[in-house]
Design a protein. Structure first.
Length: 328
């Protein structure tokens, strides 16, 4: 059996209950991972609260899509073997039928969540964990790292020599975006609160704007912003649209109306749902191991404290990443 934390109905963190399920098997296409640590992300509590009912899902739901652990079982011909240290972004790929037709029927539920001891993950979502990190550190990478990578390069088209504005630079996604943008040869301007200014500078930002010290747009006067990445939403998302140059690109993971709003200003707005990718996780692992990007701060809590972790994430002032320790 595999111990789980799950919920049977939408609601606050008190809905999370301990449970059990049959230990999964590898079959022909999946890798079974013994989870050592699992990342916590805002999407976890948003799903639990019932804010994202449009995605295919059925109860019971095990939350979480970030995992790092040890291969327990792999199919014949797999690139992985028992004992390998791996990490994965396990989200059901129901929106990726063009690239992976077999994933169209995947749905959120008991099998894909990482708040449990064992999980079976389709192999193309899995990569070898960074060699230079602990598995707890690696568990904080997948969703945030992939979101940063895809937002900057697939959607923002960021190039060497450009200037990128990162709104929410001290958060989970922002922490990776700073390093990835610097490695790509961009000038990085991060926006965060007073308490996180030194942290964002340490990550490698060329300039850090403290939104508590005055209007962000005023502080940006005279600067040409090629790409703005909004990881906060609300008024800050509107700042991103106004700050970017004419015909510039605004990427948002918080504002699904950014396309229309940016178009009115003569700019390109893009919102997106981060996709699983073992290939991109391999790239991130290489960048981490070669010290080209820094890992963000992580705060660890035991799996039994998952409700506390969800509440901390929901309060929205986490610096870096929250990670649950599942096993030793």
């Amino acid at each position: 059996m595999s111990k789980t934390w799950q919920y049977e109905e939408y609601g606050d963190e008190s809905k999370l209950q301990e449970g059990k399920r049959e230990k999964p098997k590898a079959g022909e296409t999946h890798v079974v991972i013994k989870i050592i640590a699992a990342g916590v992300n805002p999407v976890d509590w948003k799903l639990r609260e019932g804010y994202i009912k449009a995605w295919p899902q059925s109860f019971p739901i095990v939350p979480g899509w970030d995992a790092a652990g040890i291969v327990e079982e792999a199919p014949a011909g797999s690139a992985f073997k028992k004992g390998d240290k791996v990490y994965s972004y396990t989200r059901p790929a129901f929106d990726m039928k063009d690239e992976h037709p077999e994933a169209e029927s995947e749905a959120i539920g008991l099998e894909d969540g990482t708040a449990q001891e064992y999980i079976a993950v389709t192999e193309w979502k899995v990569a070898a964990a960074p060699k230079s990190t602990t598995l707890e550190e690696a568990a904080g990478v997948p969703l945030a790292g992939l979101t940063a990578y895809q937002g900057l390069f697939e959607h923002g088209k960021l190039e060497k020599g450009q200037t990128v504005l990162l709104i929410g630079a001290s958060g989970g996604v922002g922490s990776y975006a700073v390093g990835l943008a610097k490695e790509a040869g961009a000038t990085v301007i991060g926006v965060c609160s007073t308490s996180n200014v030194d942290y964002v500078k340490k990550l490698g930002a060329d300039e850090v704007i403290d939104y508590k010290k005055g209007d962000v747009l005023e502080q940006l006067k005279g600067k040409t912003i090629d790409v703005a990445y909004d990881m906060v939403g609300g008024d800050s998302g509107q700042d991103a649209i106004k700050a970017v140059k004419d015909k510039g690109i605004v990427v948002s993971i918080c504002n699904w109306s950014v396309k229309d709003e940016a178009e009115k200003e003569g700019k390109t707005g893009i919102s997106f749902l981060v996709k699983p990718s073992g290939d991109q996780l391999r790239k991130l692992a290489d960048l981490i191991d070669s010290k080209k990007i820094q890992l963000p701060k992580i705060e660890t809590l035991p799996l039994a404290d998952i409700a506390k972790a969800h509440k901390k994430s929901q309060e929205g002032r986490t610096t870096g990443k929250l990670v649950l320790t599942v096993a030793k």
